[in-house]
Design a protein. Sequence first.
Length: 505
Amino acid sequence: MKYLPFFITAALCLLFLFFQCGENQSPNDGEALAKANCTPCHAYPSPELLDRATWQKYILPRMGVLSGVLPMDSAGTAFIEPAALATALQNPNVMRKETPLSRTEWAAICDFYLKNAPPRLEPSNVDIEQQLPLFEAKFPDHFLSPPSSVMVTIEKGSLFLGDVHSGRLYHFDEKLELESMAPVPGGAVCLNHIPEGDIVTSLGSFSPTDRPTGQVFFLPKAPGSQPVMLLDSLRRPVHTEVADLDGDGRFDLVTCEFAKWTGCLSWWKNDGKGRFEKHVLRNMPGAIRSYARDLNGDGLTDLIALFGQGDEGIFAFYNKGDGVFSEEHLLRFPPSYGSSFFTLFDYNGDGHDDIIYTCGDNADFPPIAKPYHGIRIYQNDGNQHFEEVFFYHLQGAYGAIPADFDLDGDLDIAAISFFPDFENRPEAGFVFLENDGHNTFSARTFPAVGKGRWIVMDAGDLDADGDLDLVLGSLAFEVVPDKKGWIKQWARDGIPFVLLENKAR
């Protein structure tokens, strides 16, 4: 799924975990306490990242609970499911039952944030032209109410849609006519093709939870064959990668269990007899997606993965052989970013994988405008050291696809936002950044962009004409505030996706 990394996070809740106060720190120096004790667990969250009211009403009470300073009910009764509490408390980087932080030191930290946070954040906005001549918007005749897309995938002649509300996987042809559908309780969030059939990941629940209701199963191609369960009892899995990680000739699985407090990134060894053995790579929630690559050129398949939820960042897992991996933090983002998506591509044609990344998840509390939301490109120096070379502000960004869509030889970017400013800038739900050839981009969207709330996206040549089409999947989710009745409109219209057919050829 394009990010569900995709998906409602609790990223802001994990700001001050595992405090350990230095011997020489003043109990009244809130800034020093924050910088010294936050950074071992995640990027330092400066006060300027959020407005004062958000710190005071939402973040500080949750910070106090997670660090063990305040009682559990300080953050509200729905803060954590009772069944997940014991597991979360076993991981000190997620939640602590006790803290070495004194009340005086905690008060100093709170005082520092409330005194230095701005009254409000001021994002900059770029005009978006509401004409998109390169693409023609096409809507299907099949309606789902409410639309609850958690996956869209394009292949030549086929378009696949996973809908969490109906619990089905839909297959449409190139004319957007429904070919078939299959039950996938919990919503098909990821689809992997292998020669023998399809591997489908079921999300289990769109709402944030730690309940182990997610699954991965196999749909054989052979006529009359029944689905085969590969993995079950997963905690809100949002992505599965398929690769032979141990070189035994059999496909293994890599699962991103986003969960809420108890997720993880794991690889599953295929024993060749229908069983998979779990090996946890990173025991932290918020895993969004992973890719299997030989990152360091040693002939072994490594992994690179994106995490949200507190310690947000992109991690490499280097394959040492014999099923052993070593972890390296490649990029680190502040907990308020709301990481939502990343993919690998070669930005400058040097043969090395670069990264395009989006941050924009904004669902933990009433959404606020964040000037650091948007699209970033990180260039690889060839040794897995990445430097930011591009930023485009897009409030609520949820995915970005870099490609030469207009076939003029340069890189364009298609992007979606699940949390645009619906009151004032609903046109930012989809943005096409057209490159003028000098890495200057003009922003465009299609006039009917408001017919859906776009959460997932994919690109592919659906009609096999030699250019890349786009599909955007819609999920009707509450908007705060919703003065214009967006949710009722999306539910009433029931539009599950829109195809943007490329007219370059």
